[in-house]
Write a protein that binds this ligand. Sequence first.
Ligand SMILES: *[C@@H]1O[C@H](CO)[C@@H](O)[C@H](O)[C@H]1NC(C)=O
Ligand SMILES: *[C@@H]1O[C@H](CO)[C@@H](O)[C@H](O)[C@H]1NC(C)=O
Ligand SMILES: [Ca+2]
Length: 224
Amino acid sequence: MRFLLMLVMLTACAAAPQDLSGKMFIFPQQTSTTKVRLTASREGFGAATVCHRSFTDLKRGHALFSLATPSSANDFLIFWDETNKEMEPHIKNTKTEYKGLDYKSNMWHSICTTWDSESGLVQLWFDGQPSIKKFASSGSNFSGSTIIILGQEQDSHGGGFDVKQSFIGMMSDVHMWDYTLSPCEIQKYVDELNFTPGNVLNWSALEFQITGRVLIEDKQKTCY
Ligand SMILES: *[C@@H]1O[C@H](CO)[C@@H](O)[C@H](O)[C@H]1NC(C)=O
Ligand SMILES: *[C@@H]1O[C@H](CO)[C@@H](O)[C@H](O)[C@H]1NC(C)=O
Ligand SMILES: [Ca+2]
């Protein structure tokens, strides 16, 4: 009974969406447990766009966005591989590799990734520059319960974290759509103009649960 009550309270807490406009998550220390779990407002779709802004000085590999389903831990993963100096979108456990990006430390980077199951093609938009499209996986939608995590990389559904793949730094403006955004919409996101917020993850109405030391602060604005 007490357990049930607690469960209800936890669910109630997690269910209230927050408007994080102008704010960011700060991941201030290296652990294998600190994370933010995001609640997707829909499941079972066959296309996706994920956009986020991040700021770090890490000199090792790290996960920027980790979405797992019961059938694949890397159902939609954005990972920076420091050894090979490449950004790696993984779709349905299939890795694609993008080299030659100017992924500098200590500055904000906008990264958008699109994929659709019909063509199976992935495209990465790094600071507003489109990459070539690469084949990842076609013919199947996301299926089963979705677990989306910031701050850690899932090797299993909701777990299997490796401290050496954790994220330290700031993260903001995380959106996910269940369709591929047009180049113009992506440009608007990158330029911080009016764009259509994500219908799966909406930074302006975000449902999330923090574990460990993750802080929410205003994003610094430039002074005039
Ligand atoms: C896959 O997702 C698309 C929408 O993205 C939907 O129209 C279609 O019915 C889904 N297919 C299956 C098998 O669930
Ligand atoms: C995103 O959240 C904002 C603020 O609550 C809301 O106005 C908007 O309709 C939402 N957009 C979508 C696509 O859910
Ligand atoms: Ca891993």
